[in-house]
Design a protein around this ligand. Sequence first.
Ligand SMILES: [Zn+2]
Length: 325
Amino acid sequence: MDFKDIIGHEKVIEGLNKAINNQTISHSYLFEGEESIGKKRLAYAFAKMLLCKGGKEIPCNSCSSCTKFDSGNHPDFFVIEPENNIIRVHQVESLIKEITTSPYESTRKVFIIDDSHKMNTESKNTLLKTLEEPPHYVNIILISSSSNNLLPTILSRVQSIKFYPIEYSKIIDLLVSDHNKSPEEAKFIAEFTKGAIGRSIKLSNDEGFFQRRDEIIKIIEALINGDKTKALSAMDFFNENKEIIDEILDIFLLWFRDLLLFKELGQSHLLINKDKLENLSFQSKVNYSRINDIIVRVQETKGNIRRNVNYQLAIETMLLNIGGI
Ligand SMILES: [Zn+2]
């Protein structure tokens, strides 16, 4: 894998290439930006370049370093990730131990700390000492979607590189060409994930995703028609999808957002559920204030579930409210 395999992030790549060519590589970087937009993938590609022993073109993809990197067995490459959502001090300590010994294969050692904002206080303080004066052969790449949770003293010691979501059109092209999606499906996924390429690919390969949306549209239709039996039986669907309730409620929200748009503009390129015009048209009899109420309800339900209120109760209340039952 190298920069050629990365979609988007042209500015970031240009900057890192420049640093390599001018030999102005920082000892510590922070790759920051929203979740699932490709920061880690790019960090891996950069690490491979830093470790490559090849000549003019790096990564050369043929030296022993590149081979070992691709097989996942590079002795000078380390990745730390949260364990049960926390990066604990023993993980940082083992990183520091590795930092103090010279590289085996390459002329550098590269360390990636993924979700670095998940370091606990002890971990952050321990890492800080290392960031102050790392050995010359060390490069550390912190990755974070929430860098304001890192210590200012850490932030002042790293070169921060900002990542932005990828243009929808690039994601759409990729999903159509490599992931077997129709242009309509690809567009829906790219807009649904707001340009998060990793999540887009994951949803593309999730066979049930569009079925779930169809089921949600059916449930909404029944609720709007005041179909009490269907409203209550919808609970089964929510229980089956408890683990991905955020996704389910986001599909709800997008649907009602589209319904508002459809009422305002009719058929429009701004619609995300553009392939469901018939259903939108059928439901457009619902008045504005009811749609706005429903959106507020669904958002409240999302918040309540995050705060761990009783799941069953939260969903039932939402369904009954949407249905005006
Ligand atoms: Zn190489």
